[in-house]
Design a binder for this molecule. Sequence first.
Ligand code: PGA
Length: 277
Amino acid sequence: MAVERRPLVSGNWKMHHDHIEAVHAVRDLALRLEREDVARVDVSIHPPFTDLRTVQTLLEADGVPVALGAQHCNMHERGAYTGEVSPQMLARMGVRYVIVGHSERRTLYAMSDEDVAATLRAVLGNQMTPICCVGETEAERSEGRMAERVRAQLQSALGGLPPAQLAGMVVAYEPVWAIGSGSPASPRDAEEACGTIRETVKTMAGAQVAESVRIQYGGSVAAENAAEFTAEPDVDGLLVGGASLEAATFLAIVRAVRTTVRGKPGAAARTPARTPG
Ligand code: PGA
């Protein structure tokens, strides 16, 4: 039986919007957001660390139904790690989702597969949900090694996790060549990779867990292409970079995703108001 998977649209601000700009961005989002937008879709925003407190206060004060997210954190709880932020600090601030192992962290800051695995566990240990990023480089894709790469990253990151924890996680398929390039994967390629991710989770933790894990696509997502991705059966949401900075554009993506919820397999199970027959 198909399991209900609520789509998750996440806005990764990266190193954009200082805390003053963040106030404007969140106010704009709050003004435009309608309850209906989040009735069937979860939304998170991931500002830089210096904005988190401001954004949290605004979201809470206005009861904005958007989850607070972070872009990264350290794997340790506390200690002599100059310049780092611990998962405990994020959890205490009400952060719900933490992006772990984004390709920019992996390539620019030498985050290894082992670091990704340890950070994932630290995030889970603090009752937050990791968004674990995987994806192949352009060279790996041209050598036909997408599936091999994605499987290896998943096995290293998720291996040994209790199935219950794995089931609640989010995995983001982000082909490195599509990030910030303006050249997204085709919906078909995204589905193939997300299907590979679900298959891999199945071999690791069984069919039930694989059916529960939410899988996002990320890489040059825009309002114009968003619905094509989430219309695919294994794509349960989007990780959005550049197009998440403007509230209007980000909301257009959320609304595009909203239109695809009904059309997906298992959607009938989500709409009890429509009695069969
Ligand atoms: P992009 O970034 O949407 O700007 O391509 C996506 C990401 O890095 O998460």
